[in-house]
Structures are given as structure tokens and as C-alpha cells.
Ligand binder design. Structure first.
Ligand code: HEC
Length: 143
């Protein structure tokens, strides 16, 4: 009998938790799924940005950096540790460099974010999301 009780105890505990979750309209169990949804939404948005960025990269950047980021007139972007700094990447895209032209006039914030997200998370790079703040900081007017 004792063994049966030990076996049943976890089941009772689990069904108790489920009952609590259903019973509590605004209990502390409710916010957790909401946070999960925010994370899912962020992941979906990053996937969308990456897709948009891939198209823009082919159009705006591949001529110098190579279709596969292998480099050309511009440096290799494949497995490039410099891309770890999201704000440096958005700054390079918006303001250009010594030889690279600036894209701040021709690309909007969303497009800059998309390209930066794409190159930072493709071609062997895995540096995570780019924020609107990274873009805003690089805009000349915001300095
Ligand atoms: C006309 C050629 C050209 C085009 C087009 C171009 N780049 Fe560049 N890019 C360069 C050169 C050259 C450099 C090296 C720094 C400098 O001289 O500006 C560079 C540097 C960079 C860097 C810094 C790399 C590092 O290791 O620090 C990034 C990031 C970058 N480019 C991204 C882009 C993106 C994204 C686009 C498209 C929106 C783009 N480039 C378009 C030529 C180009």
C-alpha cells in the first residue's frame, strides 16, 4: 500500500498544479506563457529580418563583399569577429567607411536592421539580434 501511495504522489502533485493554473485567473503561472510568446515573436521577427536582409545584401553589398561574403573589393564578412559589435555594423552600413559608400540615405531603418541581422547571423557568424537602438545610434542626426 505504501508503494502505491509513493507512486501516486507525483500524479497528485501534477494534477494539483494544473488545477491551480486553471483556477488562478491572474496567478503567477499566467505570465510565463506570455513571456514564451514574446520570445517566439522575437525569434519569428529575427527570421523575417534575416530573410529581408538576404535579399538586400545580394542587391546592395554582394558586389564588393561577395555573394557568399567571401570578400572582393570589400573585406571578407564570413566568420568575421568584427561583426560581433552590432552598433559598429549599423554604423558602417549607414555612414560607410574610407572606401565603402554610405547607405544611410538609400536604406531605411528596417532595411539597415535587416541587412545587419543577416550578415551577423549568416556565413558562419552567429552574433544575435540587431536592435532599433543600434540603428538610431548610427544615424548622423542622432549623434
Ligand atoms: C563599393 C564597395 C562596397 C560596397 C557596395 C559595400 N561595402 Fe562594405 N566595405 C567595403 C570596404 C572597402 C570596406 C573596408 C572599410 C572601408 O574602407 O570602408 C568595407 C567594410 C565593411 C564592413 C566592416 C568589416 C570589418 O571587418 O570591419 C562591414 C560590416 C560592411 N562593409 C558591410 C557592408 C554591407 C552590409 C554592405 C551593403 C549594404 C556593404 N558593406 C557594401 C566596400 C563595400
Amino acid at each position: 500500500m505504501k508503494r502505491i501511495l509513493v507512486l501516486l504522489a507525483p500524479a497528485v502533485a501534477v494534477s494539483g498544479a494544473v488545477a491551480a493554473a486553471i483556477a488562478a485567473p491572474t496567478g503567477d503561472i499566467v505570465p510565463r506563457p506570455a513571456n514564451d510568446l514574446v520570445q517566439v515573436a522575437q525569434a519569428v521577427d529575427q527570421a523575417t529580418l534575416t530573410r529581408e536582409g538576404q535579399t538586400l545584401f545580394a542587391r546592395e553589398c554582394a558586389a564588393c563583399h561577395g555573394a557568399n561574403a567571401q570578400g572582393g573589393d570589400g573585406p571578407v564578412l564570413r566568420s568575421n569577429r568584427n561583426l560581433v559589435h552590432a552598433d559598429a555594423v549599423t554604423n558602417q552600413i549607414i555612414n560607410g567607411g574610407q572606401y565603402m559608400p554610405p547607405f544611410g540615405e538609400s536604406l531605411n531603418d528596417r532595411q539597415v536592421m535587416a541587412i545587419a541581422t543577416f550578415i551577423r547571423n549568416s556565413f558562419g557568424n552567429s552574433f544575435g539580434p540587431v536592435t532599433q537602438e543600434d540603428v538610431t545610434k548610427a544615424r548622423p542626426a542622432a549623434r
